[in-house]
Design a binder for this molecule. Structure first.
Ligand code: HEC
Ligand code: HEC
Length: 200
C-alpha cells in the first residue's frame, strides 16, 4: 500500500500542476497518471483502487462528475479522487470514459466457492423477505452493467463490499437507489452477492 502510494504521488508530481494535467492528452493521462492507482489499462493491483477496464462509460462520467462536484464523498473518494477530478474538464472526462470502456475487463477468477450459492440467489432473485431486489435487474445477468448501472463483473470483491458498506452507512450518500437496495443486507450477504457478481 505504501509503495503504491509512493508510485501514485510520483506520478502526480511528474504530471506537474493542475494546468498541466488538464492539458494532457487523455490517453497519456490514463497511462501516466490514473494508472498509478488504477493500473495499466485499468487493471489495478489493490482492491482499494477499483478496476476501470470495461466499465460503462456513462457510469465513469457520472462518477468523475460526482468526485469533481464533491457529491461522492466517502473517505477514499475524498482522499484520492476529489483533487484528481477537480482538474478534469468535460471533454477530458468523456475521453477517459471512452478509453477505459474500451479496455478488456479483468478476467474472471474462481472465487470462494462457499459463497457462490448464496451469492447467486441474492444476485438473481434478491431477498424478498428483506425487501432486497435482484441485483441482476439493474446490473445485468452477467454483471456487465448498462449506462448508469456499473459493471461489477471483474471488479475486486473487497472493493465491492466496501462500497456496499459505504452505501449502508451513508458515507457514499449520493446513490439513493443503492441506499434502498442495501438497507437490510448483512455483511455476509454483501460478501456473497459481491463474490458472485465479480465472477460472472
Ligand atoms: C492516487 C490514487 C488514484 C489516482 C491517481 C486516480 N484514482 Fe480514481 N480512484 C481512486 C480510489 C481510491 C477510488 C475509489 C474511491 C472510493 O472508494 O470511493 C477511485 C475511484 C475512481 C472511479 C470510480 C470507479 C467506480 O467503480 O466507482 C473512477 C471512474 C476513477 N477513479 C477514475 C480515475 C481517473 C480517470 C483517474 C486519472 C485521471 C484516476 N481515477 C486517478 C484512486 C485514484
Ligand atoms: C434498481 C437498480 C439497482 C439494483 C436492484 C441494484 N443496484 Fe447496485 N447500483 C445501481 C446504481 C444506479 C449504482 C451506481 C450508484 C452511483 O451512481 O453512485 C449502483 C452501484 C453499485 C455498486 C458500486 C459499484 C462501484 O463500482 O463503485 C455496487 C457494489 C453495487 N451496486 C452492488 C449491487 C448489489 C450487490 C445489488 C443486489 C443486492 C445491487 N447492486 C442492486 C443500481 C442498482
Amino acid at each position: 500500500m505504501k509503495q503504491l502510494l509512493a508510485v501514485a504521488v510520483g506520478a502526480l508530481l511528474a504530471a506537474g500542476t493542475g494546468a498541466a494535467l488538464a492539458q494532457q492528452n487523455p490517453t497519456t493521462l490514463a497511462k501516466g497518471v490514473c494508472s498509478a492507482c488504477h493500473g495499466p489499462e485499468g487493471h489495478s493491483v489493490s482492491p482499494v483502487f477499483p478496476n476501470l477496464a470495461g466499465q460503462q462509460p456513462a457510469y465513469i462520467i457520472l462518477q468523475l462528475e460526482a468526485f469533481r462536484g464533491h457529491v461522492r464523498g466517502d473517505p477514499n473518494a475524498q482522499a484520492y479522487m476529489w483533487g484528481m477530478a477537480s482538474q478534469l474538464g468535460d471533454d477530458t472526462i468523456k475521453a477517459l470514459a471512452d478509453y477505459y470502456a474500451a479496455q478488456k475487463p479483468v478476467p474472471v477468477k474462481a472465487l470462494d466457492p462457499a459463497l457462490m450459492a448464496d451469492g447467486e440467489r441474492i444476485y438473481t432473485q434478491g431477498i424478498p423477505t428483506q425487501s432486497v431486489p435482484a441485483c441482476a435487474s439493474c446490473h445485468g445477468a452477467k454483471a456487465e452493467g448498462a449506462g448508469a448501472f456499473p459493471r461489477l463483473e471483474g471488479q475486486h470483491v473487497d472493493y465491492l463490499v466496501a462500497q456496499l458498506l459505504g452505501f449502508q452507512s451513508g458515507v457514499r450518500s449520493n446513490a439513493p437507489i443503492m441506499l434502498a437496495v442495501v438497507r437490510t443486507l448483512s455483511p455476509e450477504q454483501m460478501k456473497a452477492a459481491a463474490t458472485y457478481a465479480a465472477s460472472r
